[in-house]
Design a protein around this ligand. Structure first.
Ligand code: BGP
Length: 484
């Protein structure tokens, strides 16, 4: 039986820390043999043709690629974590981090995605990075694909739309598990996998000339391939190191009915099911029944190979990790929400960030309870935070009281959920150091406890400066969440 000092204490081994992604911090986009990834080009390709990051086409990609010049794209420089990681890890250690989520850029290890042998220099970087974290007893939480794959696999196979990519991914996971299984305990296969329902940024599959129905067909087929790849990786890991834990990763959208009209309540339940579709497959090991109807109504046919169902059953994840930034409102007949990229109706009870993300700490408690009730596997919050425009004050410091308030209110609701009986492994705040935003590809949407001197054109000294929230989080961790 899971025990906490009821009512308001975090478990002793609670994993406090932060979360990052390779393509948003590392920079060094072509260093030491690394190949180009979908993440580095997706925003630019979408902007070229004013389409969403889900709808990237061959043409938009070609235009974006033709335009490349060093420095024209913030992700090329990232925040130069590739070179500055020792000092950054030291700052995380000063805050008392117990865990740090990183991702391994697949294209550092297999630059084009289909090589037979790994790129040694890429592995060396992660050897050093993980060793640096271990030096301070910071537990690495490793995402294997955070909104990215080698661009070569998109050009060669059309990304996850093709089953061919499964074996390339399996070769990649085999390589990193062999190398890091003793050093890394917590793994995640695909970041926010459920956003694959909106296309390219997750599936790496181009949407040239497809009708709306064909787009859906391609996206759900791509997701099926990702499920298989994820399940195979989970089994591979368990066989190599039974103590290691694999998680799935959900972009959690807590959604409320717009009114008490049963039609709105039903639409909300359906939206919630769609939000949890991937998680249902990955935690329970099979497709949920409600998707049969959805597939039939959208004329989607998932092509499965013999044995796929057994692969899914065998490769169930050990825990469920998720991001949580906001909640949404659903009404019958409205378009379904689009994850963190769009937000439907407004909730009049909630305030929002400058990007329209409605702030809802209680929604986190509701989500935690719902996910725990539905799945009964440990939960792990691997992203939560507030993006803001920020600049140093006249005293040269960043007084980010709004961030402290945001995080405090969410952590309080986590405590409540733990007291409700939820098993929660940890809390990894998104972007503990300012990094490149995924949705805007800009620097100016800042999440960090640590300010990084760089603007949207990639200019600035890259100097790191702790914000007020740095010292606040340090205290939170030191008191294991008692002093908020
Ligand atoms: C999640 C992504 C992260 C991160 C975060 C914040 O959807 O997993 O990569 O970017 O959102 O979003 P943004 O950077 O767009 O503000």
């Amino acid at each position: 039986m899971y025990q906490t000092d009821y009512p308001h204490a975090f478990p002793k081994d609670f994993l406090w820390g932060g979360a990052t992604a390779a393509n948003q911090i590392e920079g060094a986009f072509a260093t030491d043999g690394k190949g180009l990834t979908t993440a580095e080009i997706v925003k630019k390709a979408a902007d070229r043709q004013q389409i969403s990051m889900g709808n990237v086409t061959k043409d938009s990609l070609r235009e974006a690629l033709a335009e490349q010049t060093v420095g024209d794209y913030p992700k090329r420089r990232g925040i130069d974590f590739y070179h500055q990681y020792p000092a950054d890890i030291k700052l995380f250690a000063q805050m008392g981090f117990k865990a740090l989520r990183i991702s391994i850029a697949w294209a550092r290890i297999f630059p084009n995605g289909d090589e037979k042998r790994p790129n040694k220099a890429g592995l060396k970087f992660y050897d050093n990075l993980i060793a640096e974290m271990k030096k301070y007893n910071i537990e690495p939480v490793v995402t294997l694909s955070h909104y990215e794959m080698p661009l070569g696999l998109t050009l060669k196979y059309n990304g996850w739309a093709s089953r061919e990519v499964v074996s390339d991914f399996t070769r990649f996971t085999q390589t990193v598990f062999e190398r890091y299984k003793d050093k890394v305990k917590y793994w995640i296969t695909f970041n926010e996998i459920n956003t694959g329902a909106w296309g390219f940024h997750e599936t790496g599959a181009l949407e040239d000339g497809l009708t709306e129905q064909e787009k859906l067909q391609q996206r759900y087929q791509a997701l099926h391939h990702q499920f298989i790849a994820s399940a195979l990786a989970t089994t591979q890991l368990h066989e190599m190191e039974p103590e290691d834990k694999m998680g799935c990763m959900l972009a959690r959208m807590q959604t409320y009915p717009a009114t008490t009209d049963p039609a709105d309540v039903l639409a909300t339940q359906q939206a919630n099911d769609r939000n949890l579709f991937c998680t249902d497959v990955q935690v329970r090991g099979e497709y949920p029944n409600y998707m049969n109807r959805f597939f039939a109504e959208h004329k989607i046919k998932i092509k499965m190979e013999p044995g796929d169902q057994a692969v899914l059953r065998e490769g169930k994840v050990d825990y469920l990790s998720f991001s949580y930034y906001m909640s949404t409102v659903t009404a019958a007949g409205e378009n379904e929400d689009l994850g963190n990229f769009s937000h439907g109706l407004k909730n009049k009870y909630l305030e929002e960030t400058p990007w329209g993300w409605q702030i809802d700490p209680v929604g986190l408690r509701i989500s935690l309870n719902e996910l725990w009730d539905r799945y009964q596997v440990p939960l792990f919050i691997v992203e939560n935070g507030i993006g803001m425009l920020e600049a140093p004050d006249s005293d040269g410091k960043i007084h980010d009281d709004y961030r402290i308030d945001y995080l405090r209110e969410h952590i309080e609701q986590m405590q409540e959920a733990i007291a409700d009986g939820v098993k929660l492994l940890g809390y990894l705040m998104w972007g503990p150091i300012d990094l490149i935003s995924f949705s805007t590809s800009e620097m100016s949407k800042r999440y960090g406890f640590i300010y990084v001197d760089q603007d949207d054109e990639g200019k600035g000294s890259l100097k790191r400066t702790p914000k007020d929230s740095f010292y606040w989080y340090q205290k939170v961790i030191a008191t294991n969440g008692k002093d908020l």
